[in-house]
Design a protein around this ligand. Sequence first.
Ligand SMILES: [Zn+2]
Ligand SMILES: [Zn+2]
Length: 274
Amino acid sequence: MQILGSGGPRINPDRASTSYLLWIGSQAKVLIDAGGGAFLRFGQSRANLGDLSLVAISHLHPDHVSDLPALLWTGQSSRKQPLPITGPSGNEGVPALPAFLSRLFDSKLGAFQVLGPTLGGPPVAGAEGGIRLEVGVADVAKPEPTVVFDKDGLMVTALGIPHGAVPTLAYRVQTRNVSIVFSSDQTGTNPRFTDFAKGANVLIMHMNIAAGAKSPLHASPGVVGRIAQEAGVGRLLVSHINPGFDLDAAVAELKQSYTGPLTVGADLQCTPVQ
Ligand SMILES: [Zn+2]
Ligand SMILES: [Zn+2]
């Protein structure tokens, strides 16, 4: 598992916004989120778009999706077969992933009409049309996990998690008897998430607020630690870190409830999963 972006929404000299790559052998197979800076980090990782089996989007905050158009604006030589992409259902304040993509890429009404071919629109003469997408969606209100991908020994499930009013999904990727769980942004108040993360070899959680702080959007470091401890994961990796954040104090609070192996995320850092 490689981190492309270990930062959050704040402007950051060292960290791109959220993005992760799951490598299997020498191929990058799953891209989770594509926040600002993911385009550059994807290039630095030497991953190939043609190798990806799935792009999984957790939610539609800009720090998780703003580099998606940049990544997709490439010629057919990068990838000929359609690219599965999945993401959350919507509500009155946020579109579902399919509507979000239409608003971006529709060849008549989209913001990036030049990317119309990503959704099956006609190519624009002389321009790179982008990679053809195969769009899926998972209902965030469903209490049980949804299987969003199951092919070639790679299974990905999604579970709705609380992140203010923004429909948000956590993902669990299982392959070759190992599992990695991507928590995304969440308050940690869906008790089903602990079961969803149970026994994962690596659990990636977002530590976005300071020790002792409260937020309607994010879990405190103590809650992050408690969830990892209760889920009995092999390793906890914390990410989504903004500048000016007192990391040492947050890690100290987290360690009051979590006693297992811990990694503080950094861009392009790789964590072997076995
Ligand atoms: Zn975020
Ligand atoms: Zn968010």
